[in-house]
Write a protein that binds this ligand. Structure first.
Ligand code: PGA
Length: 251
C-alpha cells in the first residue's frame, strides 16, 4: 500500500562528470524496478545535468538541502526550494544529521526548510535520529519525538502528502553499525504513532518512513521485511551504481 522509496544520498562526493556517469549507469540498471521509487541526491552543481539525463526514467532527483527562505532574496550561498524544482528536483533532503552536527541545523530551521520545500511543490525527506549517547541514556524516542514536533511544527494535514521521514540513528551513519531490523522497526512504529497522535491514523498510515544508516546490499532485504520500514536513505553504498542497484533490486 505504501510504495517503498530507495534514495541515494551522495553527500559531498562526485564531480559533475562522475555524478552524471553514475546516474546514467543506474538508470539502465534499475529500468525495471517498478516496486519502488528511486531517488538520487547529487551535489547542487550536478542537479540540473543529472535531472536532464534522467528525464523520462524512473529515477528522480533530490537536493541535499534548501534555503529556509521561500522567496528569492539577498541570502548569499543559499538555494531556494523553488530553484531546486526549477533545476529538475522533485525531492529535497532536510535536516540530515550531518547538517545538524556541522552546520548548526536546528529543528527550527528544519521546520522552515520543510515548509519552503512543500510550498515549492517539492517532497521533503525530513531526517530524524538520536545519537549514541541518547540511545544509551534511553531517551532515543524522546529525542525523535522532539525532532518531529519541532521540525514539522507547522505541518498541516495536506502538507503531509509531501513529507517523507527518514529515521537515521546517528550512530549508524557511515559506521558500518546498522540498527538491527528490530531496533529500526521499533522506532519506525513509534514515529508512525507520533504522526497518528498529531494528525490522524490515516495520515500516519500513508506516511513513508525510510531507514538510513549503513544500509548495504546484504542488509536491505531484512530491513524491508519490517512492517513499518518503507524504504531506505543510503549514503556510502549509493555512490556506486552497481551496489546501489543491488539495494534497489532487493526483491
Ligand atoms: P550511510 O549514510 O549509508 O553511509 O551510513 C546514510 C546517510 O547519511 O543518509
Amino acid at each position: 500500500m505504501r510504495r517503498p522509496i530507495i534514495a541515494g544520498n551522495w553527500k559531498m562526493y562526485k564531480t559533475l562528470g562522475d555524478s552524471v556517469a553514475t546516474a546514467v549507469a543506474l538508470k539502465s540498471l534499475v529500468a525495471n524496478a517498478n516496486h519502488c521509487e528511486v531517488i538520487v541526491a547529487p551535489v547542487f552543481t550536478a542537479l540540473k545535468s543529472v535531472a536532464d539525463r534522467l528525464e523520462g526514467s524512473n529515477v528522480k532527483v533530490a537536493a541535499q538541502d534548501c534555503a529556509a527562505e521561500k522567496n528569492e532574496g539577498a541570502f548569499t550561498g543559499e538555494v531556494a526550494a523553488f530553484m531546486l524544482r526549477d533545476a529538475g528536483c522533485s525531492h529535497v533532503i532536510v535536516g540530515h544529521s550531518e547538517r545538524r552536527q556541522y552546520y548548526a541545523e536546528t529543528d527550527t530551521s528544519v521546520n522552515r526548510k520543510a515548509q519552503a520545500a512543500v510550498t515549492a511543490g517539492l517532497n521533503a525527506i525530513v531526517c530524524v535520529g538520536e545519537d549514541l549517547t541518547q540511545r544509551e541514556e534511553g531517551i532515543a524516542e524522546n529525542v525523535v519525538r522532539g525532532q518531529i514536533t519541532g521540525g514539522l511544527r507547522e505541518l498541516t494535514g495536506s502538507d503531509l502528502d509531501r513529507i517523507i521521514v527518514a529515521y537515521e540513528p546517528v550512530w549508524a551513519i557511515g559506521t558500518g553499525h546498522t540498527a538491527t531490523p528490530e531496533q529500526a522497526q521499533e522506532m519506525h512504529a513509534f514515529i508512525r504513532r507520533v504522526f497518528a497522535e498529531r494528525h490522524s491514523e490515516s495520515a500516519a498510515d500513508k506516511l513513508r518512513i525510510l531507514y538510513g544508516g549503513s544500509v548495504k546490499p546484504d542488509n536491505i532485504a531484512e530491513l524491508m521485511k519490517q512492517p513499518d520500514i518503507d524504504g531506505a536513505l543510503v549514503g556510502g553504498a549509493s555512490l556506486n551504481a552497481d551496489s546501489f542497484a543491488q539495494i534497489i533490486n532487493y526483491k
